[in-house]
Design a binder for this molecule. Structure first.
Ligand code: NAD
Length: 509
């Protein structure tokens, strides 16, 4: 098996470079630092990505800052036309984009298309921005006085995204931010950075002026550069909880608006009256889709009463039908993103065995339809997971589905509410009263009722509770428009000739 250590941060210079996108063109890195980008199904580095220097960070932000006034002042109609054209181009070219995405992330092509489609939904919402940035108007609040509000863009906004959705997560933010008049500096994950350049080129082709959308490739240095810059007005972050917390604290300390979405450990509560065929299918789809590398993946099935005895064999039988392999072939599940991540995920099987859990299906050593060097790990099912085990307490972010058994609905709800995260959850039942009670009692931001991955549509907002989000603003939907605009309240007097002269009091009727 190929090892990642074969390509260090400074070697592999013969590989093609993934550049920055600054001032409307590809800009090769000058820092001398690059990181390898792997094809996870082959297990080899196929490209290297530039890691920004401080000078490049400054240049990216300066370009976005310079582009802001003209973009802000471009008419709504012209901005909207560019957004429409961009939507058309992304839609037309989505197969190519999916190929790029799969070649760096590993997820199967159909899933890459699905990810792009969910990003497009937000882009489509963003095209309707004129309606969502209208202000309010109150006439004659005092004699000759009107009060009204406008929603203005906030300036240069930073977006920092994770590896698991290299298209969708940036598109949760930048279409709305740009449509309403901001300029954006995107810092993609260094694990799968090519999609962002592809999107930047399409946006330029759609007519976007140079500097409005910038891609700054890099690592912590680039992130810190955005966090520290006085010219960056806000930060939108999605990634793991420790980094989300760091982003939130640092951005807030520097006076920025910040939304920082973190990790997850999503539970699915199954009541004895549920349709177990639906439950088993949903557990498979939500547990193993995208190899479990989804922040809305279901990683724990909480089985009430005798549910586990009935449903675990059903899930096990379905798992036997899943095919794992190169995402470009017609498989159900691809590899994990890196060898290091694969090894970490696999280590949880040992932890489960040490902690006395029952490993029903072990994903190690799985047969694959792909290159033997790929970062493979098969779907894994672990029953009777102790609540003290790290298998239960930690986010694994791989195709590992745990089953825990509880006696009652109340015990299940208490368990879910005791967790550190509160991103997504689901209840499976045919009892409407129980479902209604669940949606009220559960302390989680996104809830599915007989729906396993309740990612809200674009016109609602995406975000969890507790350690799954820092900041009070969710992604996209109305909250997205709120985050990327600031309101001006204007009090205006156009006096008639009989105005009353000097008066130091508040204006009154
Ligand atoms: P990550 O936190 O490692 O990286 C996210 C971004 O932060 C990347 O751009 C990375 O370059 C940057 N980064 C990493 N370490 C940093 C550091 N020390 N200082 C500054 N910046 C740093 O996350 P990941 O592994 O790319 O993505 C997976 C994680 O993202 C999972 O925890 C998953 O649950 C979470 N996620 C959450 C959501 C959500 O909506 N809540 C959505 C997708 C992914």
């Amino acid at each position: 098996m190929t090892t990642t250590s074969a390509v260090s941060e400074t070697t592999g210079t013969d590989l093609p470079e993934i550049t920055h996108w600054i001032d409307g063109r590809r800009v090769p890195g000058t820092s001398g630092r690059t990181a390898p980008v792997f094809d996870p199904a082959l297990g080899v580095a196929t490209k290297r990505v530039a890691l920004a220097s401080q000078e490049e960070i400054d240049a990216a932000i300066a370009s976005a800052k310079a582009a802001f006034p003209a973009w802000r002042d471009l008419s709504i109609t012209k901005r909207q036309q560019i957004m429409f054209r961009f939507r058309e181009l992304v839609n037309e070219r989505k197969d190519e984009l999916a190929e790029i995405l799969t070649s760096e992330h590993g997820k199967v092509l159909s899933d890459s298309i699905g990810e792009i489609q969910r990003g497009l939904e937000v882009l489509e919402l963003a095209t309707g921005f004129p309606h969502l940035i209208k202000g309010e108007f109150s006439q004659q609040v005092s004699t000759g006085v009107d009060v009204y509000s406008t929603k203005s863009p906030i300036g240069v906004v930073g977006v920092i995204s994770p590896f698991n959705f290299p298209v969708m997560v940036p598109m949760w933010f930048f279409p709305i931010a740009i449509a309403v008049g901001n300029t954006v500096v995107l810092k993609p994950s260094e694990k799968d950075p090519s999609s962002s350049i592809f999107l930047a080129e399409l946006f330029q082709e759609a007519g976007l002026p140079d500097g409005v959308f910038t891609v700054l490739q890099g690592d912590k240095l680039a992130v810190d550069g955005l966090l520290e810059s006085p010219d960056v007005a806000s930060i939108s972050f999605v990634g793991s909880t420790p980094i989300a917390k760091y982003i939130y604290e640092t951005a807030a300390k520097n006076g920025k608006r910040v939304q920082a979405l973190g990790g997850a450990k999503n539970h699915m509560l199954v009541l004895p009256d549920a349709d177990l065929e639906l439950v088993a299918d949903s557990a498979i789809n939500a547990g193993f889709g995208s190899a479990g590398e989804r922040c809305m993946a279901i990683s724990v099935l909480v089985a009430v009463d005798d549910v586990a005895d009935r449903v675990v064999p059903m899930i096990r039988d379905r798992m036997a039908q899943l095919t794992v392999g190169d995402g470009r072939r017609s498989c159900d599940m691809g590899p994990l993103v890196t060898e290091q991540h694969r090894d970490k995920v696999a280590s949880y099987v040992d932890i489960a065995l040490e902690d006395g859990a029952e490993v029903v299906v072990d994903g190690r050593g799985i047969e694959v339809d792909g290159d033997e060097g790929g970062f493979w790990f098969g779907p894994t099912l672990i029953d009777r997971v102790p609540l003290t085990s790290r298998v239960y307490t930690e986010e694994i972010f791989g195709p590992v589905l745990s089953v825990v058994r509880v006696a009652t609905y109340e015990e299940g709800v208490d368990l879910i509410n005791a967790g550190a995260f509160g991103n997504g959850t689901a209840i499976f039942t045919n009892d409407g009263g129980a479902a209604r009670r669940f949606q009220n009692e559960i302390e989680v931001g996104m809830i599915g009722i007989n729906v396993p991955i309740p990612v809200p549509v674009a016109y609602y907002s995406f975000g969890g509770f507790k350690d799954s989000i820092f900041g009070d603003s969710k992604a996209y939907g109305l909250q997205g428009f709120h985050f990327f605009t600031r309101e001006k309240a204007i009090t205006s007097r156009w006096s008639d000739p009989s105005h009353g002269g000097i008066n130091l009091g508040f204006p009154q009727a």
